[in-house]
Design a protein around this ligand. Structure first.
Ligand code: ADP
Ligand code: ZN
Length: 309
C-alpha cells in the first residue's frame, strides 16, 4: 500500500512516500519553520500523492498515548512556536495556510505518531540490522541525544516516553568542559552531544577527528549510558546513529569501555559478540523515515485496512 512517512526534526522535515516493503518512491524535505508555515506545505505535498496511511516520527516531547485527549500534540518545549501544537490533529483536520489564508484540508487516512527515535528503532527492527529482534535500543547522538526503545516488541512509552539522552553520567576526570544542558549539570546530552563537543573544544566535531582526547572523553560518556541501558532495558542489540557517530573510531572505544564497565557481571552470547551487539545504523540514515512509514502501516493494520497475516 502507499504509505506516507514524516520525520520531523528541529531543523528539517523529511517526507516520503513508499510501501510496506521499505521501498521509497518519493522524498522531499522542508526546513522547519513555524507550524502554520510548515505544516500546510507538508499537507499539500502529501495530499497529491495518494497515500493510504501516514506515520510521523517527531522531535519531542510529544504526547504518544493514543488514549490521551492530547495524543499527537507537542508538549512543553523550548521550540516555543511548537509548544502545545496539535501536530497529528493538523494532519487529520487541516490547517490554514499562513501565507495564502487558504484552508488546507486534512488527510482522512489512518495515522500514528511516535518519537523520532522510536521511529528509527522501529525502522531498524522492520528493515535493518535489528530485524527479528524484539528488545532493541536505538541511540542518536547528534544535536541532541535521544533513545528509541522497544521492549518485547512494543515501542516504550509509559508515563511519557523515554528521555534516555538525559541520563546522568560521571564526569571524566580530564574533562574541563561543562554540561550544556540547561536542566542538568552532568547528563549525557549536556556532555556528549555534538554541540557540547563543539563548546568544549571550540571547533566543529568533524574537525576534531584526529584529536584522540576528544574521542576518549566522548566514548567514556556514551559507554556509561549504554551500561545503564543494558542493566535496565536488557536490549538484544544497541544501535548508535546521529551525526557524531559518523566518527567510526568511536565504536571500538565504546565497546571496550562497555565491557570494562560491566566488569563481567552480565555474561550473554550477545555481549561475547560485542562487535555485533553495539552497531552503527544500517539503513543509510533512512531508518527514521522508514520507521515513520512503518508507523503508518501499523495505523492501517489497526484500522483494519490491511490484513497483517
Ligand atoms: P540532528 O541531530 O540535528 O538531526 P545530526 O544527527 O546530523 O543532526 O547531528 C548533528 C551534530 O552532529 C552536529 O553537532 C555536528 O557537529 C555533528 N556531526 C555531524 N557530522 C559529524 C562527523 N562526521 N563527525 C563528528 N560529528 C559530526
Ligand atoms: Zn539534560
Amino acid at each position: 500500500m502507499r504509505l506516507g512517512g514524516l520525520e520531523a526534526g528541529g531543523t528539517k522535515m523529511v517526507l516520503s512516500v513508499g510501501d510496506e516493503s521499505g521501498e521509497i518512491f518519493a522524498q522531499t524535505s522542508f526546513s522547519t519553520g513555524k507550524p502554520e508555515d510548515t505544516v500546510p506545505q507538508m499537507l499539500k505535498w502529501f495530499s497529491v500523492r495518494n497515500i493510504e496511511a501516514l506515520g510521523i516520527g517527531t522531535f519531542g516531547p510529544v504526547d504518544v498515548n493514543p488514549e490521551s485527549p492530547t495524543y499527537g500534540s507537542i508538549l512543553e518545549t523550548p521550540k516555543l512556536a511548537w509548544a502545545h501544537f496539535d501536530f497529528l490533529g493538523a494532519f487529520k483536520n487541516g490547517i490554514t495556510d499562513n501565507e495564502t489564508g487558504e484552508y488546507i484540508q486534512g488527510l482522512k487516512i489512518p495515522m500514528k505518531i511516535d518519537t523520532d527515535v522510536n521511529g528509527s528503532c522501529l525502522g531498524e527492527m522492520t528493515f535493518g540490522c535489528a530485524k527479528g529482534l524484539d528488545s532493541v535500543l536505538y541511540l542518536t547522538i547528534g544535536t541532541g541525544i535521544g533513545a528509541g526503545i522497544s521492549i518485547d516488541g512494543r515501542l516504550a512509552h509509559g508515563m511519557l516516553h523515554p528521555e534516555a539522552g538525559h541520563i546522568s553520567v560521571l564526569k571524566h576526570p580530564d574533562d574541563k568542559g561543562e554540561s550544556i544542558c540547561p536542566f542538568h549539570p552532568n547528563c549525557l546530552e549536556g556532555l556528549a552531544s555534538g554541540p557540547s563537543i563543539e563548546k568544549r573544544w571550540g571547533k566543529k566535531a568533524v574537525m576534531l577527528t584526529d584529536n584522540d582526547e576528544v574521542w576518549k572523553i566522548e566514548s567514556f560518556y556514551i559507554a556509561q549510558a549504554l551500561v545503564n541501558y543494558i542493566y535496565t532495558v536488557s536490549p538484544q542489540k544497541i544501535i548508535l546513529g546521529g551525526g557524531v557517530m559518523h566518527q567510526q573510531k568511536l565504536f571500538p572505544l565504546i565497546r571496550k569501555q562497555v565491557v570494562e564497565m560491566l566488569g563481567g557481571y552480565i555474561k550473554t552470547p550477545e555481549l561475547t559478540d560485542i562487535d555485533n551487539y553495539i552497531v552503527p545504523n544500517s539503513l543509510d540514515d533512512n531508518q527514521g523515515i522508514l520507521g515513520a512509514m512503518q508507523l503508518g502501516y501499523e495505523a492501517a493494520v489497526a484500522e483494519g485496512l490491511v490484513d497483517d497475516h
